[in-house]
Write a protein that binds this ligand. Structure first.
Ligand code: ZN
Length: 295
């Protein structure tokens, strides 16, 4: 089953809900960045959160999430858009901590408990929208929830989970986001809270073979789900040799000349997807000419 995300309404439209299966997406990130298990979980949860937040955007809009904590992960950056495409990296991919006291992957241990959680949205306007809140948990889902409540004033429940095999490969990954609209009654809220407290993690449910639709029904405690949209999701980076070439051009003719003389070439590595691009001396001469053309 390929990765996908569903958007739905429930309780007469007073509850907006999203659920995503992102196993291949997170596996792709794990393989590209060769992350070890605690780093995989931290990056994976942020990628899933990116997909869920991205699903609230429209058209060509996109967003960037930055988690800058005081833990050894140092920083996590994720880009997502409205089309179900996500990419991201963790500054320290090689973290493999022991499980925490609850027997779970110690994501807080790598993220840290202090720092900043920020979201920048490019909505096609002159100025990007930007909001940030302090890290309140380090487990990431709670940090998303806090950000949504404080910065966007949307009371939400967010779950992000990654299940990892002993050999570090991703077994399942997925998450949900439930948002309560103004005017929802007490009974609805209580009902959902009760379900949230008793429902296993999404990665566990996916492992049991449940679909995002079934998971949402369980989480909301209702069969009456109005599915608005189903979109496929994937790890996708838009980098290219041309784009990195433009960045080299921006360094200026002098810098390019020294690359030619000293290194006889250049290599660029995309931090989001780890693709490598090689530039031969000839490539660099062409790029050097482009610096003149731009003036
Ligand atoms: Zn890339």
């Amino acid at each position: 089953m390929k990765d996908y995300l569903i958007k739905a309404l429930a309780y007469d439209g007073y509850v907006r809900a999203y659920a995503v299966q992102a196993t291949d997406t997170v596996a792709q990130a794990q393989e590209r960045h060769n992350t070890w298990h605690t780093s995989s979980a931290a990056l994976g949860r942020t990628l899933i959160g990116g997909l869920l937040l991205g699903a609230t955007l429209k058209g060509e809009d996109k967003l960037t999430i930055r988690i800058q904590g005081n833990g050894p992960a140092k920083g996590i950056v994720v880009d997502a858009n409205a089309k179900g495409e996500v990419k991201g990296y963790i500054q320290n991919p090689h973290l493999s901590l022991s499980l925490n006291e609850a027997g779970k992957i110690d994501v807080r241990g790598v993220v840290g408990t202090q720092g900043m959680f920020s979201v920048t949205k490019d909505l096609g306007l002159k100025e990007p929208f930007s909001g940030q809140t302090p890290i309140v948990s380090g487990e990431i889902a709670e940090d998303f929830t806090y950000y949504l409540a404080v910065s966007e004033q949307i009371p939400s429940a967010v779950g992000l989970s990654v299940l990892i095999n002993p050999d570090d490969r991703i077994k399942t990954a997925g998450g949900f986001m439930i948002q309560i609209m103004p005017g929802a009654d007490e009974e609805t809220i209580n009902n959902i809270e009760k379900q949230l407290n008793t429902t296993p993690r999404v990665s566990t449910l996916l492992d049991e073979g449940l679909t995002p639709e079934e998971i949402l029904k369980g989480l909301l405690g209702t069969k009456d789900l109005n599915i608005l949209e189903k979109i496929s999701v994937q790890f996708k980076c838009d980098c290219s040799k041309e784009k990195f070439g433009e960045a080299i051009v921006a360094l200026g003719a002098e810098e390019i000349q020294s690359m030619i003389e000293e290194d006889h070439g250049a290599e660029a590595v995309c931090s989001f997807c780890n693709n490598k691009y090689e530039y031969s001396e000839e490539d660099l001469i062409t790029l050097k000419k482009a610096t003149l053309g731009g003036n």
